[in-house]
Design a protein around this ligand. Structure first.
Ligand SMILES: [Fe+2]
Length: 202
């Protein structure tokens, strides 16, 4: 028996195929969710509770991003007899802050909020004083870092109580187990460099 010829499906004209795979780089900029708005998710928390937690988390996020970046600045600019030790410790602490940034930002998103992200927005929101662009002595670097840590620690304790009272246990855990514990530990490592016998003390 003669073999039936295979049915040929009609193909799209060449120009249409080309259009379908051509990236469209002329996308209009528009927001699908405004900063401050909450998308209600089925997490058993009211919109009001999520909104308040998101505001506290975003403040902590802005301060944490600033502290993270201050660690990198000081990692690059440190000088003196303890250069290597501080250079390495600053980077270890930087990595710890990087982890916190992601935990905080994703906590904001999973509560239905919008996390802060860009440097210009962080600069407007953070409460940590801006250091000079230039280089400072190691002891001053450490003092600036310790003050930034303390600001975050005090705020994290207050935020932990506030979200706990509102019933947001997950955010309470982030403020206590992640933010508070990491910052307390880093303060210890940092400030032990400022004892009188230390070569970095002034
Ligand atoms: Fe480095």
């Amino acid at each position: 028996m003669a073999k039936k010829p295979a049915t040929k499906l009609p193909s799209a004209p060449a120009t249409k195929r080309a259009i379908a795979v051509q990236p469209n780089l002329h996308q209009e900029g528009h927001e699908t969710q405004k900063y401050g708005e909450i998308v209600k998710l089925p997490n058993g928390l009211s919109e009001d509770v999520c909104k308040k937690s998101v505001a506290l988390l975003n403040q902590c996020l802005a301060d944490t991003i600033t502290l993270r970046d201050m660690y990198k600045k000081h990692h690059w600019q440190v000088v003196g007899p303890t250069f290597n030790q501080l250079h390495l410790m600053y980077d270890q602490h930087y990595e710890g802050q990087v982890l916190l940034v992601d935990i905080l930002a994703e906590r904001v998103q999973l509560l239905g909020g919008i996390s802060l992200a860009m440097a210009a927005d962080i600069a407007e929101v953070t409460r940590i004083p801006r250091p000079p662009r230039g280089r400072e002595p190691a002891a001053v670097q450490i003092r600036r870092l310790a003050e930034a840590h303390e600001l975050i620690i005090v705020a994290a304790r207050e935020a932990a109580s506030a979200v706990d009272e509102a019933g947001d246990d997950g955010s309470n855990d982030v403020f206590v187990s992640n933010v508070l514990r990491t910052n307390e530990l880093q303060v210890w490592f940092l400030t032990e460099h400022l004892v009188a016998a230390s070569p970095v003390a002034t």
